[in-house]
Design a protein around this ligand. Structure first.
Ligand code: HEM
Length: 447
């Protein structure tokens, strides 16, 4: 198989449940040129190096592949909206990221994320209590989606109930990133979602500016800190970036996590008896089943010599983070899920100046959700393995994860929970390619 056809297989929906054999194929040529001129980078050392290379731009308006797909900096973030700092280079990237970060994390606001922990536990407890009388649940709809969406809304100051308004537009915006769609349809979907989301966020920012509360949007909208106030149009696009990035990815981390634990009953039992294992386990999940599989639309600003290839200035790059995460040159037994490996050098949150802004929040949510899932859900069994997947090859995760269960344990009885005797470690590490039990074809339903 040629590297270019391996990439086609990665994008092909029928491989969404298990793209890893095609990643292995791509790693044979660390830097692969596709017929459209894009370079796909798939090995750990090369991805890490390019993530930190100032000759690699995130500015979408410079990217030839984005232009060919009909996307400019403006309309990727929504027509008429400013690009966010995600698609900017220094110095603008650094300035807008700092203004937003002042209200989200240390040193100025060290308590914002930690202060949500009690509330996160409350939300998870309520969600699991709500499963008490059921013998079938859907991890995506009943836990993995409602937790992060509620948390990010409360953090930003988005009124409860607005989720129903923005849900549809966010789905359309995400569909527009599906490389399987023709450029015209992608652009139409982007325009449709961008207009609605932009108008919605503008209204919200204005309301918070006039009547600020104790939330992130109000803080950003009224900040006259050392770097000045964020321009109004930046506030709108940053608000949307945080709202969308703040939940869509974490949904996948929790549902990929539950699926992985069900495929590894020994590790599920270990988490039941030792909740502290959640910390390294979530890091291992970010390596083994990362919610963001690749970073598209980077541009070489200069000729870059790497792994025996010269990437010419002006070329488009795609960094295949998920393949780097399973590079045997960097990780021992990369296709095994080993929570105790205590490795935090995965590429799940990217790297360099664009390293994920919300990582502490996502980690905490996933640690709490998965610990309570392990401790309280009685005898969970997968209804379908693999489950149906969401369409995107880039934000990858199940669209639904139905489980049969025997009810839930009370909060106080959650840990350590009763459970079947753990299988031996040999039984629980059978997956060379990342999906242990391929019992049927993957046929996804959009969520
Ligand atoms: C498991 C959950 C998450 C994963 C896997 C994830 C992954 C990533 C990755 C790979 C990047 C780098 C993108 C690039 O280099 O172009 C990134 C950037 C970013 N993430 Fe996350 N993310 C998660 C959760 C969150 C949350 C909860 C928030 C907000 C509260 C957030 C906000 C952002 C922002 C604003 C950026 C852009 C940073 C910059 O350009 O400087 N993410 N994320």
């Amino acid at each position: 198989m040629t590297a270019a056809s391996a990439w086609e297989q990665v994008l092909d929906y029928s491989n969404r449940a298990n793209p890893y054999p095609f990643h292995a194929e791509l790693r044979r040529t660390p830097v692969t040129k596709l017929p459209d001129g894009t370079y796909v980078v798939s090995t750990y050392a090369e991805i890490a190096s390019l993530l930190h290379d100032p000759r690699v731009s995130s500015d979408i308006s410079r990217n030839p592949a984005a232009a060919a797909a009909g996307a400019t900096g403006d309309d990727l973030d929504g027509p008429g909206m400013s690009p966010t700092f995600l698609s900017m280079d220094p110095p603008d990237h650094d300035r807008f990221r700092r203004i937003a970060m002042r209200h989200f994390g240390p040193p100025t606001t060290p308590g914002r994320v930690a202060g949500m922990e009690v509330r996160m536990r409350e939300i998870v407890a309520e969600l699991i209590d709500g499963m008490a009388d059921r013998n079938r649940i859907d991890v995506v709809d009943d836990l993995a989606y409602p937790l992060p969406v509620t948390v990010i809304c409360e953090l930003l100051g988005v009124p409860p109930g607005d989720e129903r308004r923005f849900r549809v537009w966010v789905d359309v915006a995400l569909q527009s990133t599906d490389p399987g769609l023709d450029p015209e349809t992608q652009q139409k979907k982007r325009a449709e979602a961008g207009t609605e989301l932009g108008a919605y966020m503008e209204e919200l920012v204005e309301a918070h500016r006039k009547s600020p509360g104790n939330d992130l949007l109000s803080a950003m909208a009224t900040d006259d800190g050392p770097e000045g106030r964020m321009p109004a149009e930046q506030l709108v696009s940053t608000g949307l970036l945080l709202l969308i990035a703040g939940h869509e990815t974490t949904v996948n981390l929790i549902s990929n996590g539950a699926l992985t634990l069900l495929r590894h009953p020994h590790q599920l039992q270990m988490l039941r008896s030792d909740p502290d294992l959640a910390i390294p386990m979530v890091e291992e999940l970010l390596r083994y089943e990362p919610p963001v599989h690749f970073v598209p639309f980077r541009t070489a600003l200069d000729d870059i010599d790497i792994a025996g290839t010269t990437i010419p200035a002006g070329s488009s790059l795609t960094l295949l983070l998920a393949a780097g995460n399973r590079d045997p040159a960097h990780f021992t037994d990369p296709d095994l899920f080993i929570p105790e490996r205590r490795n935090n050098q995965h590429l799940g949150f990217g790297g360099g100046i664009h390293l994920c802004f919300g990582a502490p929040l996502a980690r905490l949510e996933a640690q709490i959700a998965l610990t309570e899932f392990a401790g309280r859900i009685r005898n969970p069994r997968l209804v379908a393995d693999p489950p149906p997947y969401r369409p995107s090859p880039f934000l990858r995760g199940p669209s639904h994860l139905p489980l049969d269960i025997d009810g839930v344990a009370g909060k106080e009885h959650g840990r350590p929970g009763p459970g079947p005797p753990p299988p031996t470690p040999a039984e629980s590490h059978p997956s060379p390619a990342g999906t242990d039990a391929q019992t049927g074809p993957a046929r996804g339903l959009p969520r």
